[in-house]
Every structure is written in structure tokens, then in C-alpha cells.
Design a protein. Structure first.
Length: 435
């Protein structure tokens, strides 16, 4: 049975707040372990990386190259089935086209004082892409993290992925080669993040690390942030569906389960203004669960973290959706464009009955690396600008300097910074003093 929350009841806010605060996933203290691994890699470099890889993945790496004879990316890529290669190519083309549209423009202008102002965009020099490996096959993750970096003009793209017992998905290998990975190392875990951040033998440090991973990878990214940039600290997957009486309950149930099957910590929520729709979806979920090879984890996620929220109106549904700030939001309603202006917080929005979240995971072209755990209140999904940076530009003429100098002097003196004041006053006849 699903958990029901009635937004029309007087105690809704109390019940809803408690629901949002419920922890998801096991609370595991990995910080100390990760800190030790990072320190080891910083001190011993490639030797430490090879040692951890042998211990955890049972793969022997040559410390001089951090490569293994058991893992040949090019050979693996050739093993990818033709139809899957076509699907990967199709997705890559759409992702590239979407992110190319996000390219920002340089801009320079003069204001009324004659000061020339502007900004200039440039790509990062290097990026590390972490990809879950082994028998897990996530070529879409390779594409979402690598294609925008390549489109942005990143000069060096390094991919790391664990290959337990020398096994790596051919689809991941093919996606890496098609997306433009320059270097690959069969390394995973916190040791891979440490190597990307600080360098380890042949693996030279990068400027930013992106890509999903387990709790150790996430904690490692948290700890190296500042030395390098990171994309985000991602939590469990989420989907929120807003549905009215025009929605197909079987379709909605399938969409909810598309996220529940990710992990036992995933969260799937339905907000509906029609109790009958909610009951029909609840019944459809239970039926479809029995058909999934991922039934056990999907059932656990739905039971422990899922919910059906009965809203009094679509306006209220939008307000609730904004509070949840879900990773994925589907508007499975008659007129989604009418409600969209009220949506402020979501990682990605999917409009109408024929736009399931799964399309966005793979082939719409939009990025599936999205904020989770309500982070959509203050952050965005991965995009082209995450692989670029903006530099501000300014130039003052004599007249422009004279227009700005008096205020700059006053502020420098107010802040007790005499050298700041002198750097202005020395260029003018306006005085200024060291006090």
C-alpha cells in the first residue's frame, strides 16, 4: 500500500514537513575512510592507486601507466552491438545539439561614464569524468558528462571507471570513444577521485570532476572540492508526477517506477487533484511491480519513500511541487503550459502525457545530471557553462577614471585600506591620504 498525504487537511504542513525530512539511504560514516585514501594517494601517487585497485577491483595495474592488459577500451568498444551503437550515436547527436544552444556570448559595452565593461567566456583546460563501471552499464552517463565538455572546448577529458575483475561494459567503452574521451584509466572509488584531483603518476590532475558514484565517490568529491571544481554531490534519484483526470494511471505508474527501480533510496511521489486517479495509480504500481526484474528494490523504495499526495487544486499542487523541488517533475495534466509558469523549483520538467522522464534520461538531449535532495531550490542541472568560466573585463579612460575615482577613494578610506586609496589617488589630483 502506498503512503497517502492529504493536502486538504489542517495538519498537512506538519505531516508534509516530517515527510520531507525523512532520511533516505543508509547513514554511513565514510568521511574518515575517504580522507585516509586521499592522503595515501597524495603521498604515494600511482602506487597507492594501483594498490587500492588490486584490493577492491582485483585488477592489476602497471603503476607506470595505470593501465591493465585486462581492460582494453578500444577492443571493448568494438564488442558493443550495432543497434546499441546506433542508439548511442543518436543520443550523442541530440545531446550535442541541445548543449550547443547553451553557448554563452562574450559581451563588451560602454556605460555613461565611458567605462568599458564586459565579460569573456573560456573553456576549462581539463575535466575528469567518473563513470560507474563493472557490470553496470551506463553509457548515457558517459554521454551526459562528456559531450557537453567536448562541445564547450575542454582540451583534455579524462575518464575513470572501475573494472572489477577486468570487466567493463562495451557500451560504456563505445560511448567514451564516441564522446571524445582523451584518456581512460580503469580505476574507481575514492582513489580515482583523489588521483583526478591531485594527480597520480601518468594521470595528471584535472581542473574539475563530474559524474555520479557511490557514497565513497560522493564524499571524495566533497573533500577535494576547492582543489578542483565538482559538478554536484548527488543524492538518490527522484521523480514527482503531477496528474489530473486526463492522465493514464498505467503510464503514471510506469513513470514512478522508472525511478524507484534505481535504488532502495530512490523517491517517487504523485500529486493528484483526483482521488480516483491516485487510487488507480496505486493499483497500477502494485501490478507493474510484479513484472519487474528490479521488483525488490523498486518495491522497497516505493514503500519506504514513495507517496501519493491529494491536493485541493492544481495551484496547490504547484506550491507543493516547489517545496519538494524534485530532480524530475512530470506535469501529466490536460494543459501543462498553464501550470508551468508556477513551477520555480525542479531539476527538469517534462510536459504532457507523451514526455516520460525516461526520454530525458537518454535522448531528448537535455542533461540528466540534475540536482537532488531539494537542491533544485538553488542549483541547476549540468550544462555547457559548467565546463566554462567567465572572466570580467573593464577599461577606464581618463574621463572614466575621474568619474569613478572619488567614490572609490571614499570606500577605500571607509574600509581602512590605505594602499587601495593610494592606487587611486596616485593617478589623480584629487588627493587622498594614508589614514
Amino acid at each position: 500500500m502506498a503512503r497517502w498525504i492529504d493536502a486538504t487537511h489542517s495538519d498537512f504542513q506538519t505531516v508534509f514537513a516530517a515527510f520531507l525530512d525523512e532520511p533516505r539511504g543508509e547513514v554511513e560514516d565514510v568521511a574518515t575512510t575517504v580522507r585516509d585514501v586521499i592522503a595515501d594517494v597524495r603521498k604515494h601517487g600511482a602506487a597507492a592507486v594501483a594498490r587500492y585497485t588490486a584490493k577492491f577491483d582485483r585488477v592489476t595495474l602497471d603503476p607506470e601507466t595505470l593501465q591493465s592488459e585486462a581492460v582494453d577500451l578500444d577492443a571493448l568498444a568494438k564488442e558493443c552491438p550495432g543497434a546499441l551503437k546506433d542508439a548511442i550515436d543518436f543520443a550523442a547527436e541530440r545531446i550535442a545539439a541541445y548543449h550547443e544552444k547553451q553557448r554563452p556570448a562574450d559581451h563588451v559595452f560602454k556605460d555613461a561614464t565611458g567605462i568599458e565593461l564586459g565579460w569573456k567566456w573560456s573553456s576549462l583546460d581539463s575535466v575528469g569524468v567518473y563513470v560507474p563501471g563493472g557490470l553496470a552499464s551506463y553509457p548515457s552517463s558517459v554521454l551526459m558528462n562528456t559531450v557537453p565538455a567536448k562541445i564547450a572546448g575542454v582540451g583534455r577529458i579524462v575518464m575513470t571507471a572501475p573494472a572489477p575483475d577486468g570487466k567493463l561494459s562495451p557500451a560504456v567503452a563505445y560511448a567514451a570513444r564516441q564522446a571524445g574521451v582523451d584518456e581512460f584509466y580503469p580505476v574507481g572509488g575514492a582513489q580515482a577521485v583523489a588521483a583526478l584531483a591531485y594527480g597520480a603518476g601518468p594521470l595528471k590532475a584535472v581542473d574539475k570532476i563530474v559524474g555520479p558514484g557511490n557514497a565513497y565517490v560522493a564524499e571524495a568529491k566533497r573533500q577535494v572540492f576547492g582543489t578542483v571544481g565538482i559538478d554536484t554531490i548527488a543524492g538518490p534519484s527522484e521523480i514527482l508526477v503531477v496528474a489530473d483526470d486526463s492522465a493514464n494511471p498505467d503510464w503514471v505508474a510506469a513513470d514512478l517506477l522508472s525511478q524507484s527501480e534505481h535504488d532502495t533510496s530512490s523517491q517517487s511521489i504523485l500529486i493528484t487533484v483526483d482521488q480516483a486517479v491516485g487510487r488507480a495509480v496505486e493499483e497500477a504500481v502494485e501490478k507493474q511491480l510484479k513484472t519487474l526484474s528490479t521488483e525488490e528494490r523498486a518495491q522497497q523504495a516505493w514503500t519506504n519513500h514513495g507517496a501519493i499526495i491529494l491536493a485541493g487544486s492544481l495551484d496547490q499542487a504547484a506550491d507543493i511541487a516547489n517545496e519538494i523541488a524534485a530532480e524530475h517533475l512530470e506535469l501529466a495534466i490536460h494543459d501543462p503550459d498553464l501550470l508551468l509558469p508556477q513551477i520555480r523549483h525542479a531539476g527538469a520538467v517534462f510536459l504532457g502525457h507523451h514526455t516520460p522522464e525516461a526520454l530525458g534520461d537518454y535522448v531528448t538531449g537535455s542533461n540528466h545530471v540534475l540536482p537532488t535532495s531539494r537542491a533544485a531550490r538553488f542549483s541547476s542541472g549540468l550544462g555547457l557553462q559548467d565546463f566554462m568560466k567567465r572572466m570580467s573585463i573593464q577599461r577606464a579612460s581618463v574621463d572614466g577614471f575621474n568619474a569613478l575615482a572619488p567614490a572609490a577613494l571614499k570606500l577605500a578610506e571607509a574600509e581602512g585600506l590605505p594602499a587601495h586609496a593610494r592606487s587611486v589617488s596616485i593617478r589623480s589630483n584629487s588627493g587622498g591620504h594614508d589614514g
